[in-house]
Design a protein around this ligand. Structure first.
Ligand code: GSH
Length: 234
């Protein structure tokens, strides 16, 4: 059975799903989608937005990172479970995933595309993932970050922020407090909350902002713990 992830390389929602598949040890193919035409996407059921990530598992098409992560346990039953059996833990894991989606991911575009240096770095990361023809390749490599630079400015304004890095640092403070002394967000076992945050952080790992993760011993140890699980599942 073939599993294919349709993505934008630097989309944090796509990185959540990629982290999920890697942690489950599920082999998958990646298809980089053209941001404007999205021609590469498979046909989607009515009601599904033409957004990435989209995951094709055999002939089943799944969409929306949060729905996909919750469907992976069922789709790949013999792998590491992400959904805690305990009801209170499940609620906590879902709430933290929601925070990652709504608060943390919202703060990322301004540190990925906010300065020209960051936008140039972003275009290099995107180029590494894309196999488009020359015209489309150039449009994606430079056009994407250019559009996202404007989007990043709008996001800052909408949230009443001027310092993108300080905003991300505050979010990292919050996550670190929530993690506390635990190995994972919900205790001893990894859940969707860890998968979501790890995926989102993977997005910023090639960027200078990631120093703020590396310089926090507890947060960095947690990141490395999840990273090691990905490697051992491969
Ligand atoms: N709630 C969705 C959000 C997905 C999303 O916003 N994807 C963006 C990329 S980061 C997208 O495809 N944007 C293209 C568009 O809106 O045309 C999820 O968790 O998957």
């Amino acid at each position: 059975m073939t599993t294919t992830l349709y993505q934008f390389a630097l989309c944090p929602f796509c990185n959540k799903v990629r982290a999920g598949l890697q942690l489950k040890g599920v082999p998958f193919e990646e298809v980089e989608v053209s941001p404007r035409s999205k021609v590469e996407l498979p046909s989607l059921p009515d009601g599904a937005p033409r957004k990435v990530p989209v995951l094709e598992v055999g002939s089943t098409v799944l969409w929306d990172s949060t729905r996909i992560l919750s469907q992976l346990d069922e789709a790949f039953p013999d792998t590491l479970r992400f959904t805690p059996a305990d009801e209170a833990m499940r609620l906590r894991a879902d709430a933290m995933e929601q925070w990652v989606d709504d608060q943390f991911i919202e703060s990322l575009p301004p540190v990925l595309y906010g300065t020209w240096r960051e936008a140039t770095k972003a275009s290099k990361v995107i180029a590494k993932h894309s196999r488009f023809g020359t015209g489309e390749g150039l449009a994606v490599k430079f056009g994407g970050p250019l559009i996202m630079h404007a989007v990043a400015k709008r996001i800052l304004k909408r949230n009443g922020r001027t310092d993108a890095h300080a905003w991300v640092r505050e979010n990292l403070d919050y996550f670190e407090r929530e993690l506390g002394e635990r190995d994972f967000v919900c205790g001893d076992a990894l859940t969707v909350a860890d998968v979501a945050m790890h995926g989102a952080l993977t997005c910023i790992s090639p960027f200078p902002i990631f120093e703020n993760v590396e310089s926090r011993p507890r947060l960095h140890a947690w990141f490395e713990r999840v990273e090691a699980m990905k490697k051992s599942a491969a």
